[in-house]
Design a protein around this ligand. Structure first.
Ligand code: NAD
Length: 278
């Protein structure tokens, strides 16, 4: 089994640095996909209320035979449920779907800023944390102005900011701001949804190490200190994406990949992203 290192969050909770994302895995396929990931050695699963697949993730985790405290589960609050009271109700639904007593990490999925509810949602996350229902709380897709409001109006500093981050879209300023405030950066769409795997730089580095482009990109995230949650439904790729602990990139190779920034956002812009169903 690969030995996945952990990152220590700002409240001392440890999160495996590499996890398995289940976005867009259909409800009837997610149980087997999660089982494949657990069998391959992943001990960190990233889901969300909006993915409509929490139940299958929970089933796989509960039936895995792996002690509950060895698996780290993240889920997220959907936009339509933002606001203090509705966040508490939404969390209950997520816990029920997952069938787990305690959730390891609960995130506000998007700031959804036009509705201006995220500070109230954050206060609800703080209550869930104080009650022991979650081991850590954080945010996702938060830009600096959204983080600033949480830092000034909230009592707890988010443990994590999960943001789109891959070689062609690195969000360097946001990353530096997050880290400077003790907020761990978690890269979503870490492979650029597959689009960052075909460039010459990544392919040449991969050939030099006898590794795949995906493994090189994941290695880059790990060496940059990011938490990373690639997704795949193919057994071979699930295995490939965790087989990244037997080689390392040189500083020059990391720098070459740092140079691939091109502003290629594949997901929504958090400043305007406004879909209640997510
Ligand atoms: P990703 O960058 O992980 O890319 C996934 C795609 O890349 C796969 O569908 C497959 O086509 C390809 N791929 C995967 N492994 C490969 C390999 N070894 N070789 C070649 N191709 C490979 O993108 P993602 O699914 O968008 O993101 C991963 C996870 O991040 C999601 O499952 C979800 O958990 C999370 N996420 C969060 C948000 C958010 O708003 N917080 C948004 C998007 C994704």
């Amino acid at each position: 089994m690969p030995n996945v290192p952990s990152i220590v969050l700002n409240n001392s909770v440890e999160i495996p640095q590499l996890g398995f994302g289940v976005y867009q895995i259909e409800p009837d396929k997610v149980r087997s996909a999660t089982e494949r990931a657990l069998n391959a050695g992943y001990r960190h699963i990233d889901t969300a209320a909006a993915y409509a697949n929490e139940a299958g993730v929970g089933e796989a985790v509960r039936n895995s035979g792996i002690p509950r405290d060895e698996i780290f589960i993240t889920t997220k609050l959907r936009n339509a449920d933002q606001g203090y009271e509705s966040t508490l109700r939404s969390f209950e639904r997520s816990s029920h779907e997952l069938g787990l007593e305690v959730i390891d990490l609960y995130l506000i999925h998007w700031p959804y800023p036009r509705h201006n509810l995220f500070v109230g949602s954050w206060k609800a996350l703080e209550k869930l944390y104080a009650d022991g229902a979650v081991r850590a709380i954080g945010v996702s897709n938060f830009l600096q102005p959204h983080l600033e409001r949480i830092l000034t109006e909230g009592d707890i500093i988010p443990a994590v900011n999960q943001i789109e981050l891959h070689p062609t879209f690195q969000q360097t300023e946001l990353t530096e701001y997050s880290v400077a405030h003790g907020i761990a950066v978690e890269s979503y769409s870490p492979l650029g949804q597959g689009q960052d795997l075909s460039g010459t730089v990544v392919k040449e580095i991969a050939a030099a190490h006898g590794k795949s482009p995906a493994q090189v990109v994941l290695r880059w995230h790990l060496q940059r200190g990011f938490i990373v949650i690639p997704k795949s439904i193919s057994a071979q790729r699930v295995q490939e994406n965790i087989d990244v602990f037997d080689f390392s990139l040189s500083q020059d190779e990391v720098a070459l990949i740092n140079g691939l920034e091109s502003g290629l956002r594949t997901s929504g812009d958090p400043a305007t992203f406004d879909f209640p169903q997510i």
